[in-house]
Design a protein around this ligand. Structure first.
Ligand code: PGA
Length: 237
């Protein structure tokens, strides 16, 4: 079964999110897929309460928890709403809010203690890719993010090359497979209840079939295509 994360980013307003969630809630999903919707924070609580047959994820949360932290999203709020998943370390959060691997590691601990399944994003920039240094970059990220002494529950890792996000470019199947295998190999001595590896970056209706051929991949994190009904229909029974 493959996870399909619909990352709606800031593409949709409340009305549009509600309407698309309604479409998803009515749809009969092929059992081979497990859809998870990550709407904007402002829509998240309402959609989660309204569409009980769908799974939802937060796009982010903060490090601080309850208290005087104006504008932040506390994990308490996510837990209280019974949201089961949260994206951590998305490249856009890294780019616009200065999130780094150390912060990702802290958030991962918070998610673990809050029983929220984390969707951790890692990936290299174009220069690193061109220099053929993707593996060493990913290794550095994993080293900071994960702690051998901890016991993790289910963790989803999305390999998202920064140069593939929103660009229409995708790595070859072979490149994705190599990195997915590398991540699994690197983390083999760490303790996970379940470890799933996803791919993200310009997944769309045109390349989905081809990317679906990648062996042992546990799903996709999809951004801009995930707000299109024509894309969502790919997962229909
Ligand atoms: P994209 O975004 O599918 O629009 O490239 C993916 C992501 O940001 O997770």
């Amino acid at each position: 079964m493959k996870f399909i994360i619909f990352n709606w980013k800031s593409y949709l307003n409340f009305k549009e999110s509600t309407s698309l969630a309604k479409f998803l809630a009515k749809m009969k999903f092929d059992k081979r897929f497990k859809p998870i919707v990550a709407p904007s924070n402002i829509s998240l609580g309402h959609l989660n309460k309204t569409f009980k047959n769908l799974l939802f994820s937060a796009q982010n949360f903060d490090l601080y928890g309850k208290g005087g932290f104006t504008s932040y999203t506390s994990i308490n709020d996510i837990k209280d709403q019974n949201i089961k998943f949260a994206i951590i370390g998305h490249s856009e959060v890294r780019q616009y809010s200065g999130e780094n691997d150390y912060i990702v590691s802290q958030k991962l601990k918070i998610a673990l203690s809050s029983k929220i399944t984390p969707i951790i994003c890692v990936g290299e920039d174009l220069l690193t890719y061109k220099k053929n240094k993707t593996k060493s970059h990913i290794k550095k990220q994993l080293n900071i993010i994960f702690d051998k002494k901890l016991k993790y529950d289910e963790v989803l890792i999305a390999y998202e090359p920064l140069w593939a996000i929103g660009s229409g470019l995708v790595p070859t199947n072979d490149e994705v497979l190599k990195i997915a295998d590398f991540i699994k190999l690197f983390l083999k001595d760490y303790t996970f209840k379940k470890l799933k590896i996803l791919y993200g970056g310009s997944v769309n209706s045109d390349n989905l079939e081809m990317l679906s051929k990648i062996k042992n991949l546990d799903g996709f994190l999809v951004g801009s295509a995930s707000i299109k009904k024509s894309f969502i229909n790919n997962f229909k029974l």
